[in-house]
Design a protein around this ligand. Structure first.
Ligand code: SF4
Ligand code: SF4
Length: 121
């Protein structure tokens, strides 16, 4: 999902005018993308003169840190406190959860490759 780097956005409004899905609006002179309205056309990336419309791939390190923060928060819960065995079990469950998500992503990518070569709709 594209996102707006608030530090770079000057509020020129070009992306709002050019977005074919009406998925961008201004808030306090900064562009905001409505996630549920975006059709992933990529135009905002192309038209922004400040390079403020960014790709979500840049957020991978941020998302990893968020996941780790989540894991540490759970490990700090009193239910797991001072019990190394239970903490290890929790980490194992989280690893299985993210492994499942990885498999979902891999199989989705495979199916999308088929869709790429299919007449649609
Ligand atoms: S990718 Fe396209 S639809 Fe999504 S916010 Fe950018 S211009 Fe709008
Ligand atoms: S085109 Fe770029 S600088 Fe202008 S409002 Fe959109 S994100 Fe901000």
């Amino acid at each position: 999902m594209p996102w707006i780097n608030k530090e770079s956005c000057t509020g020129c409004g070009t992306c709002v005018d050019e977005c074919p899905a009406g998925a961008i609006y201004m808030e306090n002179d900064v562009a905001v993308i409505k996630d549920d309205g975006c059709i992933r056309c990529g135009i905002c990336h192309d038209v922004c003169p400040e390079d403020a419309a960014r790709h979500d791939g840049e957020r991978i390190p941020e998302e990893v840190q968020s996941n780790l923060a989540y894991a540490k928060k759970l490990l700090g819960h009193e239910y797991y406190a001072n019990d190394k065995t239970m903490q290890k079990q929790l980490v194992g469950r989280l690893q299985r959860f993210f492994t499942k998500n990885k498999k979902v992503a891999e199989q989705t990518i495979e199916q999308l490759e088929i869709l790429k070569n299919t007449e649609y709709p």
